[in-house]
Write a protein that binds this ligand. Structure first.
Ligand code: PMP
Length: 362
């Protein structure tokens, strides 16, 4: 095995609902830890998946051309710029493997960010560098621009950011894309872009063909409720899309995922109901957490990061015993804070009730 593999500590997802039920002897568990869709999976999309179940003995079409055509129509982006993947994680993996030279290039991001960039870089033998955030946790775009050197192959910005929920403006992202050296990609990971308002103030997607170094990543795992199908995509310069499609493994987006993606894009009712539930739930959670003495970061995503008036790890464990799973942020280097995603109205209420009980016992 390569040394990078022998040293590797893989991404560790939190415990599942079943594991928590068994460990704590609980009948009911509320999971607000993985930023999934509060409304579950769209009933329309579920029916489409059932309808196509009989076709799964066939291979899917490579590169999912029908889904790419639908995305093209939906986004107003030429098909040659779109690559779909097995979750946006696969696009991150493809970009790093195909663009960065092991032992030579480096990747740049900021501290306390989504772990997949660092993990994939490490596995590929590519140096991963971080610039610190300011005290207010804002995305340090100027510091990223300053830290770039001639070996920086890629700069990652998550916007809205995970775990803070803070978003960068389209102007600031365009400035950053413009000052990077020609051969350095700006990868804007927009897993949570559906939840910002107004979207055109935040996403540089509209100018996708004006930059030769801009990659925008999106996912069906959040607003479209398809985390378990594993489906994401990237919009990028056509030449880069072409390299990725040439060198990738065939068929990583399965037949059901392609059908589900097409149906999800056309199920506007579910999409808008999701946005409505998330935006209302986000306001409610923010108000209630502040009433409980928590410091809450103003989020534009489907989750909130907060610092409670009690030790975060202990609070996390006490909430687990009450059947509520949230995400402690020690693995992000933010040991005093917790991330909670917006659930259904009753899940949000149950979470706040559990928080109040635990904090009252402190
Ligand atoms: N980027 C960010 C910032 C995320 O939070 C996530 C999901 N945890 C992903 C990418 C991965 O999304 P997908 O399910 O499409 O692989």
């Amino acid at each position: 095995m390569r040394p990078e593999v022998m040293d590797f500590e893989s991404y560790t997802p939190g415990l599942t609902i079943e594991q928590i039920k068994e460990r704590y002897g609980l009948d009911q568990v509320i999971k607000l830890a993985s930023n999934e869709n509060p409304l579950g999976a769209s009933p329309v999309v579920q029916k489409v998946i059932e309808r196509h179940a009989a076709s799964v003995f066939r291979y899917p079409q490579n590169h999912s051309p029908r889904l790419v055509a639908e995305l093209s129509r939906h986004l107003g982006v030429d098909e040659s710029h779109i690559v779909v993947g097995n979750g946006s994680d696969e696009i991150i993996d493809m970009l790093i493997r195909m663009k960065c030279r092991p032992g030579m290039d480096n990747i740049l991001c900021y501290s306390n960010s989504f772990s997949m960039y660092k993990l994939t870089a490490r596995l590929c033998g590519v140096e991963y560098r971080e610039v610190p955030r300011g005290d207010d946790l804002a995305l340090p775009l100027d510091a990223l621009a300053e830290a770039v050197d001639e070996k920086t192959a890629m700069v990652f910005v998550t916007s809205p950011d995970n775990p803070t929920g803070l978003a960068a403006s389209v102007e600031d992202l365009s400035v950053l894309a413009g000052v990077l050296p020609e051969n350095c990609l700006l990868v804007v990971d927009e897993a949570y872009i559906d939840f910002v308002w107004p979207p055109e103030s935040y996403t540089p997607m509209q100018a996708y063909d004006k930059f030769s170094n801009l990659v925008v990543l999106r996912t069906f795992s959040k607003a479209y409720g398809l985390a378990g199908m594993r489906l994401g995509y990237g919009v990028m310069p056509a030449s880069i899309a072409d390299y990725l499609k040439r060198a990738r493994l065939p068929f990583t987006v399965n037949l059901l995922a392609e059908e589900a993606g097409i149906a999800a894009l056309n199920d506007e009712e579910f999409y808008h109901a999701t946005l409505d539930a998330v935006m209302r739930g986000r306001d409610y959670l923010r108000d209630e957490l502040e009433k409980l003495g928590c410091e809450v970061v103003p989020s534009q995503a489907n989750f909130l990061m907060f610092t409670p008036p009690a030790p975060a790890q202990k609070l996390f464990k006490e909430l687990l015993k009450k059947g509520v799973i949230v995400r402690p942020l020690a693995s992000f280097g933010l040991g005093r804070s917790i991330r909670v995603n917006v659930g259904t109205e009753s899940e949000n209420k149950a979470f706040i009730q559990a928080m109040a009980e635990v904090l009252n016992n402190e």
